[in-house]
Design a protein around this ligand. Sequence first.
Ligand code: ZN
Length: 190
Amino acid sequence: MKIKKSNKFVEFFKRFGVYVVAGAIVLAVALTFSITAIVNSLPDAVDVGGPNLKFSLPMTNPTILKDFSSTALQENTTLNQWEAHLALDLQSEDNLVYSVLDGTVTEVKYDYMTGNVVTITHANGLVSYYSSLGEDVLVKVGDTVKGGTQIGKATATANSELLMGDHLHFSMTLNNDKVDPNNYLDLQNK
Ligand SMILES: [Zn+2]
């Protein structure tokens, strides 16, 4: 009798256990969706600029050769492929490149695909990247710059976009995530 009772209890627990596990999975999935929804809604809620951050344009009267796109694919004729373009490709008459905001130069490097790149770190978790610059970069790591300080000249050193000719491949991050520079730069009313 004792053994029989025990078996019944085990059977019951086994069935009960299934519901517990199923319940836990449902809760975990629901929680994941909730957290994802909260995280996704954060960037819009963050006050990135504020009235004290005054952006200037990285070029004078620039033409947008290729716009920012995080989802729609755009053709890269150099690499012969379609890709998201998490940056702006800009061109101007003199192709001189300026810092978009006060900040500190945190990296100056050459990369085969992106050419000469200057990285400037600003306030509020913002960083700006100036790619495809010529050899004559005018700043070095540690330099403090103002918005509008010339940092170099756009050329065609970025081999990944070689066929576009001389241009600036400009991108920005907010807390290490790529963001659309159009949200900060007034390119429509240049
Ligand atoms: Zn580009």
